[in-house]
Design a protein. Structure first.
Length: 282
């Protein structure tokens, strides 16, 4: 039970606490998210841990949070919300009818000029071993509409880095992650936006909270990334409408104009990234 404090600041803020009895022998909450043991275990690790060479930042996704979120919000529930959305969201319905499944290979980007969207992606593939499919291979033909929507979003994630101004760093990930969260919130119904944004939001927030708690020298840049991501996401057309093959030969600025996005700054974060990954002591 939550016993109300009796004096001072906490008493003032806690004056409306009402004690409740619980007959359960294990912790229970009115939040289905809090009732999932894996969420309770992994989410604090995501948000509060320090970084280190033994367990790189990107390895967070191996800790089981995605599976836990799916236990709390099953795919069938999210898919039902998506199918309802198709009835009331013409832009989304049109996108799904056209079904532009990405078929690009990593190798084709090695030929684009430096400074173009395709050339920037080619550099990441050549110098840093990027794989556009994130190790999942091409988009299959037998996916449900909701599965296709999510899979395509992962496939184009790295292109979104380029046009949102988020460098290919953990700190830069805040930009593209929060841009997508804001964009889905702007262009989807609230319940569906919540369903598609839940994992993505915490994926970005973990960089933000770790910088705040453990790497304060990098937090100003993290905050700037958060601000820019939210602004560009809210101010842009639906990201799912972007036909990326139309801008491979363009500069990022030209690509943004082509898509109807606002102009943004490229946020340099390499030094902050070195601090964040404990490669640079300050």
């Amino acid at each position: 039970m939550n016993t109300p404090p009796t004096q001072g600041y906490e008493a003032y803020l806690g004056k409306n606490i009402r004690e409740t009895e619980c007959a359960s022998s294990i912790p229970q909450s009115s939040s289905r998210w809090l009732n999932n043991a894996m969420v309770r275990e992994v989410l604090p690790i995501w948000l509060l841990r320090k970084n280190g060479p033994d367990f790189p930042v990107e390895a967070d996704h191996t800790l089981g949070l995605a599976a836990a979120f799916e236990q709390v919000l099953p795919e069938a529930e999210a898919s039902a919300l998506f199918m309802e959305e198709l009835k009331i969201n013409p832009a989304l319905a049109r996108h799904m009818e056209e079904g532009p499944a990405p078929t690009w290979s990593n190798e084709q980007f090695l030929e684009y000029l430096e400074g173009t969207v395709g050339g920037i992606m080619g550099h990441q593939i050549r110098e840093h071993g990027f794989d556009l499919t994130l190790g999942m291979g091409p988009v299959p033909d037998d996916l449900t509409p909701f599965q296709y929507f999510r899979r395509r979003a992962r496939f184009v994630h790295d292109f979104e880095h380029i046009v949102t101004g988020g460098q290919f760093t953990s700190i830069g990930e805040i930009v593209v992650t929060m841009a997508r969260v804001a964009n889905m919130t702007e262009h989807l119904s609230p319940k569906l936006a919540s369903a598609v944004n839940a994992y993505q939001t915490f994926s970005g927030l973990r960089m933000f909270t770790r910088a705040l708690l453990h790497y304060p020298e990098a937090f100003a840049t993290a905050l700037k990334c958060m601000e820019q991501g939210i602004n560009v996401g809210r101010s842009s057309p639906p990201f799912w409408e972007f036909r990326w093959e139309e801008v491979f030969a363009m500069t990022p600025a030209d690509a943004r104009r082509h898509f109807g996005m606002p102009e943004v700054d490229f946020i340099e974060s390499m030094r902050d990234e070195a601090i964040f990954r404990e490669l640079l002591a300050v």
